[in-house]
Design a protein around this ligand. Structure first.
Ligand code: SAM
Length: 229
C-alpha cells in the first residue's frame, strides 16, 4: 500500500514536470507569436478584435478623411487593413500606403483591399516604423491605430514619421488610453511620447469610445511649415 502510494506520487510528479515543460514551451511560443502578431493569428485578430472595433475605424476614417480629403496617406501598423479600406472608401481622392511588421497582417490587408476593388489606391508593405522605406516628405498625413504601444522605441518611430511627412503635414496617432496602456508599457510613457522630438509638443486628446468610455487617445503631431529661404 505504501509502495503503491509512492509510485502514484512519482507518476503524478513526473507528469507534472512533463506538463509544465510543455506548458512553459507553449507559453514562450505564444508570447513570441503575440509579439510578432501571428498568434492567435492575424486571422483571429481580424475576426475577433478588429471586428469589434469596426465602428471605431469608421469614426477614425471619417476624422482622417476630413483632415486629408486628398493626397498620400501613410498608415503605420495597418494590421488587417480595415481602416485603410474604410479611409479609401470615405475619401476617393486619397491614396493609402499601409505598413506593418507582420507579414500575415500585410497579406490579409492586401486581400481585403483587392476584395474591395481598391488595389489601385491602397497598398501595403512589410516595414518597421523605426526604418520606414520611404523618401523624405512623401506623405500628406500619417494615421495609426492601436500600434504605438507595440513600438520598441516610440521616439524613433515618431522621428521617422516626421521625416516622411510633408511640411505642414500631420500625424494622427490613436492608441489605448493611459489607464489601459499602463499595464503594457508603464505609467507615463504616453506623455513622454507626446513630448518626443522632433514632432514634440503635439496635442493629446481623449477619445471617448465606445460610448462615453475614455478608452483611447489621439496624439496629433504636426510637421511645421518650412520658413521661406
Ligand atoms: C493591435 S494591432 C493594430 C492593428 C490595426 N491598426 C488595428 O487598429 O486593428 C498592432 C499592429 O501594429 C503592428 N506593429 C507592431 N510594431 C510595429 C512596428 N514597429 N512597425 C510597424 N508595425 C508594427 C503589429 O504587427 C500589429 O499589426
Amino acid at each position: 500500500m505504501h509502495r503503491r502510494y509512492w509510485l502514484a506520487l512519482i507518476v503524478v510528479l513526473g507528469a507534472t514536470v512533463l506538463y509544465s515543460k510543455r506548458l512553459r514551451a507553449y507559453l514562450k511560443q505564444a508570447s513570441a507569436n503575440v509579439r510578432a502578431f501571428d498568434l492567435p493569428s492575424a486571422g483571429m485578430y481580424d475576426a475577433l478584435v478588429a471586428t469589434v472595433l469596426e465602428r471605431f475605424y469608421a469614426r477614425v476614417a471619417g476624422e482622417t478623411a476630413i483632415a486629408w480629403p486628398r493626397g498620400a496617406v501613410l498608415e503605420v501598423g495597418s494590421g488587417p487593413g480595415r481602416l485603410a479600406v474604410r479611409l479609401a472608401q470615405e475619401a476617393p481622392g486619397v491614396a493609402v500606403t499601409g505598413v506593418d511588421l507582420s507579414v500575415a497582417m500585410v497579406e490579409r490587408a492586401a486581400r481585403r483591399t483587392e476584395g474591395a476593388g481598391l488595389g489601385e489606391r491602397v497598398r501595403f508593405e512589410v516595414a518597421d516604423v523605426g526604418t520606414l522605406p520611404f523618401a523624405d516628405q512623401e506623405f500628406d498625413g500619417v494615421v495609426s491605430t492601436l500600434s504605438l504601444h507595440h513600438w520598441p522605441d516610440p521616439s524613433r518611430g515618431l522621428a521617422e514619421i516626421h521625416r516622411v511627412l510633408k511640411p505642414g503635414g500631420e500625424a494622427r496617432i490613436y492608441d489605448l488610453a493611459h489607464w489601459l496602456w499602463w499595464p503594457a508599457q508603464g505609467g507615463d510613457r504616453l506623455a513622454q511620447t507626446a513630448a518626443a522630438r522632433p514632432l514634440g509638443g503635439g496635442e493629446l486628446e481623449v477619445v471617448r469610445w465606445p460610448g462615453s468610455v475614455p478608452a483611447f487617445v489621439l496624439l496629433r503631431l504636426r510637421r511645421e511649415q518650412e520658413a521661406d529661404s
